[in-house]
Write a protein that binds this ligand. Structure first.
Ligand code: NDP
Length: 244
């Protein structure tokens, strides 16, 4: 699919991986709706950078874990942009702890944002895509969801759930011209990982490529899958080899 002139929703597009995806899509000529829960200044800055590349970009305050909020935002995006062809479910949080110390609310919160948020947005946007008979969805999973990770029972479960959701949506919607794929990043340098110490973390020390990844390396994979016509239900790892 030629991304020029297509309309994209990027959740969590204010910063980190989502911001880089928004900028790369703008480079390809796609218009951008940033759906972000907070960080208004960062979201506005990302939108301004996209606009400077000659595309339309609007910020929507949206909590992806709230299905009513998601429905309202998607309806507003449709009014503002006319259609939605591209969806990147990137919004995500961590509440790490060893399971013995993990609070129930921290389990529920991570599932609500990472997994149910992906469901909420995919359900609302795919209703438009089905009518259009055209759509590309990319969900951000994680190698934690593929391998497991001590201290991330909640997060790994949510990201494994995203893989199952991705493959099921891919099967349900393939006949409607809609693809659904996932990108599973390894350890990527963003605010989410800024407190991790690579020298003290045995899992990080086992990265074959010996370094953390950069946001542009993940965004490149996301944009590739958004443009691909005959790939669906795939999980593309961008992890320096950690989960091979
Ligand atoms: P960041 O924390 O830098 O950015 C996450 C973004 O999601 C923020 O803009 C945040 O907004 C937004 N967000 C959080 N909760 C919600 C919500 N309920 N509704 C809407 N937006 C929300 O994270 P990264 O860029 O590192 O991560 C992006 C994605 O990549 C996540 O899904 C993450 O799990 C995944 N990932 C990241 C890895 C890494 O190493 N960094 C590795 C593997 C996967 P606000 O700041 O306002 O809260």
């Amino acid at each position: 699919m030629d991304l020029k002139g297509k309309n994209a929703i990027v959740t969590g597009g204010a910063r980190g991986i989502g911001r880089e995806v928004a900028l790369r899509l703008a480079d390809r000529g796609a218009n951008i709706a940033i759906a972000n829960i907070g960080f208004e200044d960062e979201a506005a800055a990302t939108a301004a950078e996209c606009q400077a590349k000659g595309v339309k970009a609007i910020v929507y305050t949206c909590d992806v874990s709230n299905s009513e909020n998601v429905k309202e935002v998607v309806a507003q995006v449709r009014k503002d942009f006319g259609s939605v062809e591209l969806l990147v479910n990137n919004a995500g949080i961590t509440r790490d702890n060893l399971m013995a110390f993990m609070k129930e609310e921290d389990f529920d919160k991570v599932i609500a944002v990472n997994l149910k948020g992906t469901f909420n947005m995919t359900k609302a946007v795919s209703a438009l895509m089905i009518r259009q008979r055209e759509g590309r969805i990319v969900n951000i999973s994680s190698v934690s969801g593929l391998m497991g990770n001590a201290g991330q029972v909640n997060y790994a479960a949510s990201k494994a759930g995203v893989v199952g959701l991705t493959k099921s949506v891919a099967r349900e919607l393939a006949s409607r011209g809609i693809t659904c794929n996932a990108v599973a990043p390894g350890f990527i340098q963003t605010d989410m990982t800024k407190d991790l110490d690579i020298s003290a973390n045995p899992l990080m020390q086992s990265i074959p490529m010996g370094r953390m990844g950069h946001v542009d390396e993940v965004a490149e994979a996301v944009v590739f899958l958004l443009g691909a016509d005959y790939i669906t239900g795939e999980v593309l790892k961008v992890d320096g080899g950690i989960a091979m």
